[in-house]
Design a protein around this ligand. Structure first.
Ligand code: UDX
Length: 438
């Protein structure tokens, strides 16, 4: 199959590289000439484990190319994927679809055959209808079909998620388009038997939002249970295990922490609420989730201050982990931003370390002193706070930490250290949803 991928952001680049690895001929198109130039030199615009290697090997095999010329990419393509950004529109939280529609217009202008146009970007229900309208208006004789095929990739595990998905959702009622999509995903169904779920286009668009909203609800639910655990003297990790072993609930996404962040959950829950409001069908559980999660991030800063005795003035706090989750350099809606702001507002000085995120974090975190390693950050600090659970924080020398800190306090917002281990090292441990030490 010949595939054009419009947009070399996170989703476009990962999807393009993986499709070419399936053996398809893929052209990735982006307007940003500098990005394309860098990709030609195998410099990835994002940090994603394994991506540079995957791109390099498929470029070498001649299956993956990059260009700024959309016409060239679209020409002769069996399928044209739209993988441009759909950020929250400033002011109202609606998904900004201007990039999607601009891409649709440009594609329509350059269609040479009845290609299948696929929206991979996360788009609100009904966007496919509008793309179809644009194409029908601009290229009425093209015979092009519009399909929804949302992605469910997690940053840091995107290649694995692409190649071993739980399911692939394909929204179209057109049998020819289904056949093209079947062909594109054939390597998956051959090897792992990943189910291809065919639905209507609107249903497919909604599945993406419903999935992300449900996961956001699940995390927020366990975060509130964690708060209750702290008040009643229960242990949220054991509660998670206890409920997660029930197959109907499932063990994943039940890790209590500082609240969800990232490029998807915050944006997609908001956009879903807008769709719900526009259609006068409120989603109250999602509304509550968004509100609870927003409050939680700053509340984690107050939790640290409380652990330090209630006053942050003149205190220094060492923060480990800034990105919204490990194995990414993505700082979008990262809990660290709110935690650190709350600490600074209360008069604390903040020192921080992150394995990959410093370049992105620096402009977003004025006044923070960035350190070259966790021990340098902890030097003379009054608390060590783990905000993001990078693997390298799982094997810290806690004894050395206890000596490096001015006050031997560890606030572990990801519950990676058992209380006994911290205590043995001479650290007082405050976790999330853990019973207080006697
Ligand atoms: C998510 C979805 O998982 C993915 O399917 C979708 O396509 C995009 O959004 P991503 O944002 O990359 O992916 O990260 P994910 O691993 O889902 O984590 C999202 C946030 O939830 C992070 O801030 C993470 O720390 C938090 N989280 C996740 C928890 O606090 N507890 C959990 O148990 C799981």
């Amino acid at each position: 199959m010949r595939i054009a991928m419009i947009g070399t952001g996170y989703v476009g680049l990962v999807s393009g590289a993986c499709f070419s690895d399936f053996g398809h001929e893929v052209v990735c198109v982006d307007k940003d000439a500098r990005k394309i130039e860098l990709l030609h030199q195998n410099v990835m615009p994002i940090y994603e484990p394994g991506l540079a290697e995957l791109v390099a090997s498929n470029v070498k095999a001649g299956r993956l190319t990059f260009t700024t010329d959309l016409a060239e990419g679209v020409k002769d393509a069996d399928a044209v994927f739209i993988a441009v950004g759909t950020p929250s529109r400033r002011g109202d939280g609606h998904a900004d679809l201007s990039y999607v529609y601009a891409a649709a217009r440009e594609i329509a202008e350059h269609l040479t055959r009845p290609s299948v146009i696929v929206t991979k970007s996360t788009v609100p229900v009904g966007t496919g209808d509008e793309v179809e309208r644009i194409v029908a208006e601009m290229a009425p004789d093209s015979g092009a079909k519009v399909v929804s095929n949302p992605e469910f990739l997690r940053e840091g595990a995107a290649i694995e998620d692409f190649k071993r998905p739980d399911r692939v959702v394909i929204g179209t009622d057109d049998e020819d388009a289904r056949q093209v999509m079947r062909e594109i995903y054939r390597p998956l169904s051959l090897n792992q038997g990943a189910p291809l779920l065919f639905t209507g286009r609107r249903t497919s668009e909604l599945i993406k939002y419903a999935a992300n909203a449900f996961l956001a609800v699940k995390i927020t639910f366990i975060n509130e249970i964690a708060d209750l655990c702290e008040t009643v003297g229960a242990d949220v990790q054991e509660v998670s295990r206890g409920i997660g072993l029930d197959n109907r609930i499932g063990a994943k996404f039940l890790h209590a922490g500082p609240g969800y962040g990232g490029s998807c959950f915050p944006k997609d829950t908001l956009a879903l609420l807008k769709t719900a409001a526009d259609n006068e069908t409120p989603l109250r559980i999602v509304e509550a989730t968004v509100q609870v999660n927003d409050n939680r991030k700053r509340a984690m800063g107050r939790k640290v201050i409380k652990a330090m005795g209630g006053d942050a003035h003149g205190k220094t706090v060492a923060v480990l982990g800034l990105t919204f989750k490990p194995n990414t350099d993505d700082m979008r809606d990262a809990p660290s931003l709110s935690v650190i702001a709350a600490l600074q507002d209360a008069g604390a000085t903040v020192r921080a370390y992150d394995p990959e995120g410093v370049e992105q974090a620096r402009p977003m975190l004025p006044g923070v002193d960035f350190c070259p390693n966790p021990y340098a950050a902890a030097e003379g600090a009054d608390a060590l706070v783990i905000v993001t659970e990078w693997d390298e924080f799982r094997a810290l020398d806690l004894g050395r930490m206890a000596k490096t800190l001015r006050t031997p306090l560890l606030v572990d917002l990801r519950n990676i250290y058992p209380a006994a281990e911290a205590e043995r090292a001479g650290l007082r441990l405050v976790g999330v949803g853990k019973p207080k030490a006697n």
